[in-house]
Write a protein that binds this ligand. Structure first.
Ligand SMILES: Nc1nc2c(ncn2[C@@H]2O[C@H](COP(=O)(O)OP(=O)(O)OP(=O)(O)O)[C@@H](O)[C@H]2O)c(=O)[nH]1
Ligand SMILES: [Mg+2]
Length: 423
């Protein structure tokens, strides 16, 4: 039967999960719920879910050979456009399953990359996604990509005695290095912009995808950031000023969301967007308390923060969406176990003042004023102080420089170390 164009715009997918001996079926089903949401975001409707219990993963097919044959029949029967695996597939597994099932095969990482590519709007986001995609593609390059050099214009790109595959690899590597240089440039521009606002306190919104980070930014500021019940609506960082209860203004930064099994290349490429979080004075870890897997989501976020080496910053946990929470006992439980935290609804504007007050406490604790005494000759250290703090005043007395500074707790430690060097 012919499909109409609108029907064809969305693809149909079968999703596949594996239960290892140490895992339970319910957890795998929650992973598959999330995979289904990812598929939906990418533009595919899931028509079948396949779960297999396995002692160990098959090197050639991931699943048992019989199960893959079953999948092949299912593809025919359901006219599926693709099969998506929750587990990572090796390039060989993709090839083997593809040749048996005669349809597109994707794993979770590939799917996430696809969504990122679809949602990337700015030059920076696009560059980052393309870089991640090429890094993902490189080891998976097989004959199917051999059209690449023709696209670029075959003449002049083919070296003597090279196979098509080698040419493609070389083209990709060359493109990767162009993109890396481009990102370096963007990152420098960003860091210059950041220097201009270095004296203002900054808090970054971090958290699992779809928990309400952008909704919270919109609720606290006049930002009109896109909010969607889709994964990875935000790929760029947006910065806005927020007024606290004492009318002090701080900056709030919206960032890209995290997810379980975030592809490694993606985290690396998004370093430049996430630099805003790296430079922040504190983090607001936003959590969707209504998600059945919110504890695991928190753990995923902690792991990524650790990878980015920013888990040492002060963190305020913000439990969101309490307006639709059925299990009210959870509120007391979380309050007792997860301090410092606030429980809010960003969408309904519930308890946002609690959040503003808590933020102020963090700011007051973080912003410290200090006076340091240095020998006048220590000009190098004095100039370094300008990078680490706001220099409020310098006076020279008895061959000493007396310097009043305003800084944050982290830089205060560094300044103390610098001063210790002069003694
Ligand atoms: N009921 C309820 N829904 C909320 C609340 N906050 C956000 N949402 C909904 O949650 C969904 C995701 O919100 P976003 O603000 O886009 O989430 P995000 O964390 O920025 O997501 P990404 O940028 O995609 O990672 C949207 O459908 C919002 O309307 C809340 O307090 N209560
Ligand atoms: Mg967002």
């Amino acid at each position: 039967m012919l499909k109409t164009v609108t029907e064809k715009a969305r693809e149909t997918a079968i999703i596949v999960g594996i239960i290892r001996p140490d895992q339970d079926r319910q957890v795998i089903n929650e992973y598959l719920d999330e995979l289904e949401l990812l598929a939906d975001t990418a533009g595919a409707d899931v028509v079948e879910r396949v779960v297999q219990e396995r002692q160990r993963l098959d090197a050639a097919f991931l699943l048992g050979h019989g199960k893959v044959e079953e999948l092949a029949n299912m593809v025919k029967y359901l006219d599926a456009d693709l099969i998506i695996f929750d587990d990572d597939l090796s390039p060989a597994q993709v090839k083997n399953i593809e040749s048996l099932c005669k349809t597109k095969i994707l794993d979770r990482s590939g799917l996430i990359l696809d969504i990122f590519a679809k949602n990337a709007r700015t030059r920076e986001a696009r560059t980052q996604v393309e870089l991640a995609q090429l890094n993902y593609m490189l080891p998976r390059l097989t004959r199917q990509w051999t059209h690449l050099s023709r696209q670029v214009g075959g003449i002049g790109v083919r070296g003597p005695g090279e196979t098509q595959l080698e040419v493609d690899r070389r083209l990709i590597r060359r493109r990767i290095s162009v993109l890396e240089k481009e990102l370096e440039k963007i990152s420098k521009q960003r860091s210059n912009r950041r220097k201009n606002r270095s004296d203002i306190f900054k808090a970054a919104l971090v958290g699992y995808t779809n928990v309400g980070k952008s909704t919270l930014l919109n609720a606290l500021t006049d930002a009109a950031v896109l909010v969607e019940d889709r994964l990875f609506a935000t790929l760029d960082s947006t910065i806005r000023a927020v007024e606290l209860v004492d009318h002090r203004r701080i900056l709030l930064i919206d960032t890209v969301g995290f997810i379980r099994k975030l592809p490694h290349h993606l985290v690396a490429s998004f370093q430049s967007t996430l630099e805003e979080a790296v430079e922040a004075d504190m983090l607001l870890h936003v959590i969707d308390i209504t998600s059945p897997t919110f504890r695991e989501q928190m753990h995923t976020v902690d792991t990524v923060l650790h990878e980015l080496k920013i888990d040492n910053k002060p963190i305020l946990k913000v439990f969101n969406k309490i307006d639709i929470l059925d299990d009210r006992t959870l509120l007391a439980e979380v309050k007792a176990a997860e301090q410092p935290c606030v429980l809010i609804s960003a969408e309904r504007g519930i308890f946002l003042n609690d959040l503003r007050e808590k933020l102020l406490e963090f700011v007051q604790e973080q912003v410290c004023e200090m006076t340091v005494l240095l020998p006048i000759q220590a000009t190098k250290i004095i100039s370094q102080l300008h990078d680490l703090a706001d220099v409020l005043n310098i006076q020279y007395k008895d061959s000493k420089a007396v310097i009043d500074l305003k800084t944050n707790a982290e830089n205060q430690k560094r300044i103390e170390q610098l001063i210790a060097l002069t003694n």
